[in-house]
Write a protein that binds this ligand. Structure first.
Ligand SMILES: [Zn+2]
Length: 421
């Protein structure tokens, strides 16, 4: 049993001095206490604050390969032309390449402050369709990569039915029953939590999305979907169904506290009310949404209506949880012409691991002597981390019963980058 005693410890009200956390030998929190319990070995973390790790609730890990690839000034570039570049990558990736990319990128996430990643996984099949010998080959590669990196993984298996382009054959399930059966089989095959994700209203009919949501309820799993990321999706939904995407999901009983709407960028007041009263989670991915030119969500209205908040690295254009929180607030300041809208402590509480008795210990030790944090009192530390924190402020990451050591070689990833880009 260890007693970790930093200069200040994060609590649901902000950082507090004089508190430590007791972790047992199986890596779980036993107590938050002012004193070391008898028999515990004290680890004094001088010059450090301790806080829970961040949860990355939306990731397409392979898209790390696109970083810096589609950024030079050009005309008529959009989300849709970026997606075409992404599909060129989809068309060639092998399972071995996926594992190399994921191992590196999960390691980058961990070093940057994310201790859990929820991978939105849709590369199920070989290029052009068909099956790997083990139909869960790609998911197993992702799980192996997470184990190698030392990050906690949730595999969110994507259901994708309406294939309109050849690249999408790698994603496609035969029908909704097949998608549910594959997800159930994956639950048995993997040793990590498995969720389900009807990709979007473009990819799965509303009845299929409702079936996925029911599968999630029946299996104590999470249900995620991309919702209202691009104006074109809203127009398409209006034309096809006569309502906007969130209203469509509400009509089909999809919205509840088990459901995560990824992006939730373009919602009208009625949709915000429906999302909030159902208690869904809105997973906002501010750096990716800015990178893709998606638009800015009405975060304050969503939270006021009762929606829960999560963040995601999505396209991996950058990996930095402090930057995601900063952009959430700055987007609101620019949108509303006001200041101090989303409270930094609320933002950290919403997007980090539970730091309660019985939870697995997943902590970040923050170097208080880092240039960007020098002179910050612990009462202002949560605000300073949201406004000026960066991954370099993290001294080390604690997962379970000890500090994470980054023992992975970067050579395979660097070689693959040279080969593919
Ligand atoms: Zn996504």
């Amino acid at each position: 049993m260890r007693y970790l005693l930093p200069d200040c410890l994060y609590t649901p009200h902000g950082f507090s001095a004089g508190l430590g956390v007791v972790v047992n030998d199986s890596g779980h929190i036993v107590a938050i206490s002012e004193n070391a319990p008898e028999g515990a070995k004290t680890l004094r973390l001088n010059g450090c604050a301790l806080m829970p790790g961040f949860i990355n609730s939306h990731s397409h890990v392979f898209q790390r390969m696109l970083r810096g690839q589609c950024e030079r000034a050009s005309t008529n570039e959009s989300f849709w032309s970026w997606r075409q570049k992404m599909y060129e990558l989809v068309d060639i990736l092998t399972p071995a390449q996926m594992e190399i990319i994921a191992a590196h990128t999960f390691g980058e996430m961990l070093q940057s402050g994310y201790t859990t990643v929820k991978e939105f996984h849709y590369l199920h099949h070989p290029p052009g369709g068909g099956n790997y010998k083990n139909p869960h080959e790609m998911a197993l590669r992702i799980q192996a990569a997470a184990t190698a990196a030392g990050i906690s993984l949730h595999l969110i298996r994507v259901a994708y039915l309406n294939v309109s382009e050849s690249s999408q054959k790698r994603f496609a399930d035969k029908n909704i029953q097949d998608a549910l059966a594959q997800t159930s089989a994956l639950q048995l095959e993997l040793s990590v939590p498995v969720g389900i994700a009807p990709h979007s209203i473009r990819a799965v009919l509303p009845e299929g999305i409702a079936a996925c949501a029911q599968w999630a309820r029946d299996n104590s799993a999470e249900c995620h979907a991309h919702v209202a990321e691009q104006p074109r999706e809203i127009e398409w939904s209006q034309k096809e169904y006569g309502v906007s995407p969130m209203q469509l999901l509400a009509q089909h009983g999809v919205l509840d506290s088990n459901f995560t709407a990824v992006h939730a960028t373009h919602l009208d007041p009625g949709e915000i009310e429906a999302a909030g009263s159902a208690g869904i989670t809105a997973c906002i991915c501010p750096t990716t949404e800015a990178n893709l030119g998606d638009g800015v969500p009405a975060t304050q209205e969503l939270l006021n209506a009762g929606t829960q908040l999560a963040i995601g690295t999505d396209s991996q254009s950058e990996i930095d949880p402090f930057q995601e929180l900063r952009l959430l607030e700055y987007n609101e300041r620019n949108r509303l012409g006001q200041r101090q809208i989303l409270d930094p402590v609320d933002l950290i509480n919403a997007t980090t691991e539970a730091m309660t008795v019985g939870s697995e210990a997943r902590f970040l030790s923050i170097n208080l002597t880092h240039t960007s944090l020098l002179g910050i009192a612990h009462e202002q530390l949560a605000s300073a981390l949201v406004m000026a924190g960066r991954p370099e402020c993290i001294q080390s990451v604690w997962m379970g019963s000890g500090w994470v050591e980054n023992a992975q070689s970067s050579s395979p990833f660097v070689a693959l980058c040279r080969e593919l880009t």
